[in-house]
Each structure stands twice: as structure tokens, then as C-alpha cells.
Design a binder for this molecule. Sequence first.
Ligand SMILES: [Zn+2]
Length: 79
Amino acid sequence: MNCRSVVRELSNYLDGELDLNLQQSIEVHMEHCEDCHLLVDTTKKTIQIFCNSEPLPLSDDVRSRLHDALVKRLHKPRT
Ligand SMILES: [Zn+2]
């Protein structure tokens, strides 16, 4: 498991749609990767805010745009 895999599986992970093995790999990775821990935590909170303000669940369109934005952010060179 690496950071890119975490980002790739992020929406499935948050939806609880992953294999138990994959889910555990992400959790193990997060334990020693602050970036991914923050990413998952922030995304989870963002989705909760969306869900609380909207009666409908996050649409696929919104989810994929959020996902793209996160991927771009992760791939930015560090300063
Ligand atoms: Zn990571």
C-alpha cells in the first residue's frame, strides 16, 4: 500500500465498499503516514458536511471531482 493507492481507493474506502484486506491495508498505511491520515480525515469530514447540508448522498459526479482534486493535490511537488 502506498499513498497513490490510498487516493485511488479513497472513495471506495469511505463508502465501505472495499475488501476487508484492502481496507486494513489502508488503515495500516494511515497509521504511519500522516499525509494519508489527514487526507482521509479531511475527506470524511467534507463528505459529512455535504451529507448534513444535502438530503441526497454525494453524487458520483461530485465524488469524482473531489477525487480528482485530491489526486492533483497529492501529486503537487512539496515545498
Ligand atoms: Zn500515505
